[in-house]
Design a protein around this ligand. Structure first.
Ligand code: ADP
Length: 600
């Protein structure tokens, strides 16, 4: 088993083990060598010191020597006996005798005064040093001791010095090499066996975890690892099992959410289309397939335009994918306007990471049909009322003109006046209803031409001038340029100005001018504002006054006489909307009606 070819992981582990043990081995060897050297040197010094002390004692006993030669012979003899080299150096540094230098060569030796051991012995009585000897080409250890000697009649002051071969030099790594190799090989084999054993144990453990992960990946999420007393990492086992628990619970939550979503999507009365980030269809709910795409049409992986014949929808999807807008709402007509859908398109993002688009199709065909019926009905009734009303008004006017001036006809005149006033109101109402039906009916883009708003504003004021003169109200213009060009339907824009002027003139105090301003609004729009000093419009009504038939009841007689219809602003709103702009009212004292239009 042990000798099976190791796996790469095992080989790597063995290599690491081996590297670590080699480093440990070398470090231990180095420190061992240093320590041994230190101990041996200490011991050697001590040995040299002991031998030197014995020699000094012997020297004291044997002196005086007859002559220098007999002293030399004595040193030589003891040198052989102690297996050391003895030198006697005078206090001046001159060598007097050396056991290993022939007597007649002694004169040629250089002065020894500045040798390290002599200098130290000068100061403390005993000195030692180790240095390389060029004579015998080895490290030598020297110990010198102050000691006098009597030779013949002379007495010499100086030092007796012993020199031994250094222990450091004797014990080299070389001697230890076979031992080192033997123990190193033993360690190497031991490390290999250990590494193989450990990796084998780890391997079988990891294999179990691997098999477990594989099972989980295959969907067997109920599987768990079973703990045994011999487990290497019980914490790992617990952690993996709790991870599996978490995966199982999250998966069941996800499955539940997915199933709920599927049921919702299947039962939904709206069409839902999901596209991937390349704009290809990924999912369509049954409603979408049945009512919009058409059953039997293959839709998966295709672009919307291939299955939903609407260029507007495809363009809107592209805008959302390219991030021009995060979400869009549009009306999509299919099958020659037979089906109309309100479509909402939104980007799908996860932490700013775009991964698709969802579009919801809400069928508004029925609503549109009812709306059309309503519009047609109002337009037809209004149209049908116009002819009889014209004749009522015409005959009433004719009767009024032919009525004698006598007092007895005063009551008839009053009655006729009331008839006329109501006929006029009804005529105006009919006209407004027809206008509203007209502007609500369709987009007028095909009639759009470049129009100068400043001119239209002036033209509309000319129409309202009689009313303005009656109240002595003037129009104070503040324009930031002389021409403001928009692409629009001139007649309809005239209606907007007229309606706003009429309303403002109705409420403006006599003699106070109205203020009209036209200016640029951002880079793409023009802003028109008309400001009066009338009662203004309460915040509560500001949104609603643009609705059909909505009126602000203030209860004043003047206002009741004005026969309000609540249609003027609704007409303005539709016209402005048809031109791609928006209208609103603001102002604290008096009303300030503003609307925007797109610049050319
Ligand atoms: P109408 O056709 O009756 O004039 P509008 O739709 O034009 O109706 O106006 C809706 C309501 O807004 C009216 O009831 C009117 O009282 C109010 N209104 C419109 N313009 C002004 C204004 N400049 N100042 C105060 N109230 C206004």
């Amino acid at each position: 088993m042990i000798f099976r070819k190791p796996s790469p992981f095992q080989a790597k582990l063995i290599a690491y083990f081996w590297l670590v043990s080699t480093i440990a081995f070398l470090c231990a060897g180095y420190f061992y060598k240093v320590t041994i050297n230190k101990v041996l040197t200490e011991e050697a010094f001590q040995e040299a010191r002991d031998k030197l002390d014995t020699m000094v004692t012997l020297l004291r006993k044997n002196q005086p020597f007859d002559n220098l030669n007999s002293f030399y012979e004595w040193l030589k003899e003891n040198g052989l006996l102690f297996r050391a080299r003895f030198t006697y150096i005078e206090a001046s540094g001159k060598v007097l005798a050396d056991s290993e230098v022939a007597f007649d060569k002694i004169e040629s030796l250089e002065n020894h005064l500045y040798r390290e051991e002599i200098q130290e012995a000068l100061k403390t009585g005993v000195g030692k040093s180790t240095r390389y000897s060029a004579t015998i080409k080895r490290d030598l250890m020297y110990v010198a001791k102050r000691c006098d000697v009597s030779i013949g009649n002379s007495s010499y002051e100086g030092f007796l010095r012993i020199a031994l071969i250094s222990q450091k030099d004797k014990t080299s790594l070389h001697d230890l090499f076979p031992l080192f190799v033997a123990s190193f090989s033993a360690t190497f084999i031991f490390v290999c066996v250990m590494a193989l054993w450990i990796t084998k144990r780890l391997y079988s453990y990891l294999n179990e975890i691997l098999r477990f992960a594989d099972d989980i990946a295959k969907g067997n999420i109920r599987r768990r690892l079973i703990a045994t007393p011999n487990d290497e990492f019980p914490e790992l086992l617990t952690a993996i099992n709790s991870m599996a628990d978490a995966i199982e619970s999250q998966l069941s939550q996800l499955t539940e959410t997915k199933e709920t979503l599927t049921i919702v999507l299947q039962g939904m009365g709206d069409g839902v289309l999901v596209l991937d980030k390349w704009g290809k269809i990924r999912m369509a709910n049954p409603y979408m397939v049945k009512h919009i795409i058409g059953e039997g049409t293959s839709w998966e992986g295709r672009y919307p335009i291939e299955v939903i014949p609407s260029i507007e929808f495809q363009d809107a999807v592209r805008d959302v994918i390219y991030g021009k807008s995060r979400s869009l709402k549009l009306k999509v007509s299919l099958r020659d306007e037979e089906s109309v859908y309100d479509v909402t398109i939104a980007r799908l993002e996860r932490e700013r990471d775009f991964f698709g688009v969802v579009a919801v199709f809400h069928d508004v065909s029925e609503m549109m049909r009812i709306e059309k019926v309503r519009r047609d009905f109002v337009a037809n009734v209004s149209h049908a009322l116009r002819t009889p009303l014209t004749s009522i008004k015409g005959y009433a006017e004719a009767l009024m003109d032919t009525l004698p001036a006598e007092e007895s006809f005063a009551q008839s005149r009053t009655f006729l006046g009331i008839v006329l006033k109501n006929a006029e109101y009804m005529m105006k109402l009919v006209e407004r209803l027809l206008k509203l039906a007209e502007v609500e009916a369709a987009s007028w883009v095909k009639y759009f031409k470049p129009v100068n708003l400043a001119e239209v504003a002036a033209e509309a004021w000319d129409v309202c001038r009689p009313m303005a003169l009656g109240k002595k109200v003037e129009l104070e213009k503040s324009f930031t340029a002389s021409s403001f060009m928009v692409n629009g339907y001139r007649e309809q824009l005239l209606t907007v100005f007229q309606n706003l002027y009429e309303n403002a003139l109705r409420y403006q105090p006599s003699g106070v001018p109205l203020k009209l301003s036209i200016s640029s609004y951002g880079d793409e729009e023009i802003l028109v504002c008309l400001e009066d000093k009338g009662p203004g419009i309460d915040k509560a009504h500001r949104e609603r006054i643009f609705e059909r038939f909505y009126r602000v009841e203030r209860g004043s007689k003047k206002e009741k006489d004005a026969l309000q219809m609540g249609l003027g602003l609704a007409i303005c709103k539709h016209i402005v909307k048809n031109h791609g702009g928006k209208i609103w009212v603001e102002g604290e004292k008096g009303a300030r009606f503003c609307f925007t239009l797109l610049k050319i």
